[in-house]
Design a protein around this ligand. Structure first.
Ligand code: SF4
Length: 66
């Protein structure tokens, strides 16, 4: 599975980072981006889905086909 944070939707609650710090980078304003190329190892997929479900801006998406 692979994830992507849409920078146009993210408003910086860093809720995703709080749920899965292994999967996100945070900048000085609390805006996040997927770490690296967004690849989610199988053991972190549950938390990736939790982060997706808890983003109030619907800014995190699962990249189809990965
Ligand atoms: S939870 Fe959503 S809006 Fe908040 S920092 Fe993460 S991606 Fe951005």
């Amino acid at each position: 599975m692979r994830i992507h944070v849409d920078p146009n939707k993210c408003t910086g609650h860093a809720r995703c980072y709080g749920l899965a710090p292994e999967l996100f980078d945070v900048d000085d304003y609390g805006l996040t981006s997927e770490k690296g190329d967004g690849f989610v190892p199988p053991e972190l997929e549950d938390r990736a889905r939790l982060a997706i479900a808890n983003c109030p801006e619907f800014a995190i998406e699962e990249v189809p086909g990965n």
